[in-house]
Design a protein around this ligand. Structure first.
Ligand SMILES: *[C@@H]1O[C@H](CO)[C@@H](O)[C@H](O)[C@H]1NC(C)=O
Ligand SMILES: *[C@@H]1O[C@H](CO)[C@@H](O)[C@H](O)[C@H]1NC(C)=O
Length: 285
């Protein structure tokens, strides 16, 4: 884009938080983990935003099943050694308590076959994954989305927790808001192509012990590009430009195992917890 437009864009972009206050709503609240979102309760037709995933979606299974589906959009297996087995009838790998979702990966005894997805790893764990019923699709009608959640993420070798968004059609787009690969570095990645990837790594030494907030703001630049800005505990970590305008993308929370996070993974159960997950979409006005 022309340099002048780009500067205007930068100015608009860096002031986006105050911009939302101007509208009488402050739904993003990226700056403070402990503050509740004001404005959500007032969200209605006359507001310029809608809450697509509510902070109460982990209050009970009825609330969860209203906003989330079990497993990956494509099934139970992916690129690690855990198979996602949760369903409406089977809650062995997940529990809800006081608004907190706990996913447990449990090591298996005996042969459970191989993952049906590349690189076809041997299945060694049962675990859980959720994907939101609402997708993210940044376009002229909905030029801005905010996605955030608080997590306690395992960092042991062979544990691969993620909070991420990925293409509905083909792949990429992909954007990882939380991805730990067997140590305490959080990888916030934006996949433009399988090989053209922006990566920002942030050390979160107490990631499994303390709640940390991981967020992304996705904003349309033009008919091709969006800007994805990542945050950890309200601090901006990176901004990545990506050609994801109008591409539908799933929101996924999962505890995968081994694969990119090393092997062998743990020989006893591990947990990944989340709460206050929220997705807000802004209307064009
Ligand atoms: C494997 O899954 C993780 C999320 O758990 C994702 O970040 C990564 O890009 C995936 N890799 C491939 C090759 O699909
Ligand atoms: C984004 O651009 C790259 C080329 O830089 C292209 O290979 C890719 O398919 C584009 N992605 C989308 C979602 O259009």
């Amino acid at each position: 884009m022309p340099i002048r437009l780009f500067i205007i864009f930068l100015l608009t972009f860096t002031s986006c938080d105050t911009g939302s206050e101007k509208n009488g709503a402050n739904p993003g609240d990226l700056g403070d983990v402990s503050t509740d979102n004001k404005g959500i309760n007032n969200a209605g037709k006359d507001q310029n935003f809608e809450v697509l995933i509510t902070k109460s979606s982990f209050d009970n299974f009825e609330a969860l099943e209203k906003e989330w589906n079990y497993n990956y959009p494509w099934g139970s297996d992916h690129n690690g050694s855990a198979r996602m087995t949760t369903s409406t009838q089977n809650h062995d790998q997940i529990s809800l308590d006081n608004g907190v979702l706990t996913i447990t990966a449990t090591p298996l005894m005996g042969d459970a076959g191989k993952s049906s997805h590349p690189p076809y790893l041997k299945i060694k764990y049962h675990a859980a994954s959720l994907h939101a019923k609402q997708v993210i699709q940044v376009n002229r009608g909905y030029p801005k989305y905010e996605l955030s959640g608080e997590f306690k993420a395992p960092v042991d070798k062979g544990t691969w927790p993620a909070f991420w968004i990925t293409a509905v059609n083909g792949w990429p787009p992909e954007s990882d808001i939380l991805e730990f690969k067997g140590d305490s570095l959080n990888w916030q990645n934006t996949f433009i192509t399988p090989k053209d990837v922006f990566t920002e790594k942030t050390a979160v030494p107490d990631a499994p012990l303390k709640w940390h907030k991981y967020s992304a703001v996705l904003e349309m630049i033009d008919d091709q590009d969006i800007m994805i800005t990542y945050y950890t505990d309200g601090e901006r970590t990176a901004s990545h430009k990506a050609n994801f305008t109008d591409k539908p993308m799933w929101v996924i929370i999962n505890l995968q195992m081994e694969g990119s996070s090393g092997s062998p993974g743990p020989s006893s159960p591990v947990t990944y917890q989340s709460r206050n997950v929220e997705l807000i979409r802004y209307r064009n006005q």
